[in-house]
Design a protein around this ligand. Structure first.
Ligand code: KG4
Ligand code: ZN
Length: 349
């Protein structure tokens, strides 16, 4: 008998994602985004995002079903993101998912979006090892996790004390007058710059912090250091070396992220580090993690870029892992949780 068919629904931010997964096989993954509407505001407007989810939900669902060549009759369980995320966006997606669950009499799992960023890796790189360390880096999160089961064995080792990596990139993007979101633009510019041009601070990395904040991050002081640097150059009336600033800033972020993540995996005796989340699309993070992994004798797994930014496949992948683990579905009245804890993989009964 074939494995259950899971319908995954993502709506935590600006992407409406719908995907179909059977076991660890991705059958279809369709994403619509309202990101283009935010360039002129310099940030996401939650009300616009919620309305876009409402408009995009049915067309995206139908496109995913068509692409997988299945109908709703074939679906065995529904997984939708219950948090963390924008409450309006979440509400549209979970309401739609619950309506489908009731109408079709299907079990529903309200899953953790951030854990989904890691779960999706199984669809491309195969089953996870028995234990591993995960680094989730996105616009809202920068966390290190210890994982014994993606379904129900996730513990948070540490996280950012202030800005997330993607958030820091977006803020520095604004400082450098780059379009929103700044992350991908800084990434592109970094490739033309000298990453050793400016020595920006590496927070929580010295011996004093090593004990207390061993697996934590902080990027807000770094952002301020970049702002001061930019001000000083502008005050001197000199031309801003944008590519060098981007490359040096990017290096400071990725140096700390990769070192702490590999240290964590190594000291916990894990052989594998899995990296996920929107920021893991960053080219220097991918390069540096692979480069340093060999020094530590560790394997690094990072999904291809299209599965790093928000999508339905990550939600379906986590739903599928929950079903495989034999975990009971969420109660139909499960809440949306904009601040969902990272050790909560889904809204369990
Ligand atoms: O996971 P995600 O799609 O949404 C959240 O759940 O937050 O992550 C979006 C974040 C944004 O901050 C965006 O600027 C950043 O990921 N990002 C990048 C790159 N691509 C996306 N940051 C740096 N380099 C990139 N190539
Ligand atoms: Zn995300």
């Amino acid at each position: 008998m074939s494995e259950p068919l899971i319908l995954g629904i993502e709506s935590t931010c600006d992407e409406t994602g719908v995907a179909l997964v059977r076991g660890r096989e991705l059958l279809a993954d369709v994403t619509a985004t309202s990101m283009d509407e935010y360039a002129r505001y310099g940030g996401i407007i939650p009300e616009i995002a919620s309305r876009a989810h409402l408009e995009q939900f049915l067309p995206t669902l139908n496109a995913a079903l068509d692409a997988a060549d299945v109908t709703l009759d074939d679906v065995d369980a529904i997984a939708c993101a219950a948090g963390p995320g924008l409450i309006g966006s979440l509400t549209v997606g979970t309401a739609a998912a619950k309506a489908l669950a009731v109408g079709r009499n299907l079990p529903i799992y309200g899953v953790n979006h951030v854990i989904g960023h890691i779960a999706v890796d199984e669809l491309v790189n195969g089953p996870f090892p028995e234990r591993f360390v995960a680094l989730v880096v996105s616009g809202g999160h920068s966390s290190l996790l210890s994982v014994t089961s993606i379904a129900d064995g996730v513990t948070e080792l540490g996280s950012t004390l202030d800005d997330a990596a993607g958030e820091a990139f977006d803020k520095v993007g604004r400082l450098l007058d780059l379009p929103y979101p700044g992350g991908p633009h800084i990434d592109r510019l970094s490739k033309e710059g000298d990453r050793n041009a400016i020595r920006f601070p590496r927070a929580l990395s010295n011996a004093k912090d090593a004990e207390r904040y061993r697996y934590d991050f902080s990027f807000s002081g770094l952002k301020t250091a970049v702002a001061r640097h930019v001000e000083a150059i502008e005050d001197a009336g000199e031309e801003l070396p944008v590519a060098d600033i981007a490359a040096s800033f990017s290096e400071a972020v990725n140096d700390v992220l990769t070192r702490k993540a590999l240290e964590a995996a190594s000291s916990l005796g894990a052989t594998t580090l899995v990296i996920g989340g929107g920021f893991s699309a960053n080219s220097r993070l991918r390069e540096l993690a692979q480069e340093r992994a060999s020094e530590y004798g560790l394997t690094v797994r990072i999904p291809p870029i299209r599965y790093c930014t928000d999508n339905g496949a990550m939600i379906a992948a986590l739903g599928s892992a929950l079903v495989r683990a034999g975990l009971p579905p969420s109660p139909l009245d499960f809440p949306n949780d904009s601040g969902m804890d990272l050790s909560t993989t889904y809204m369990a009964p």
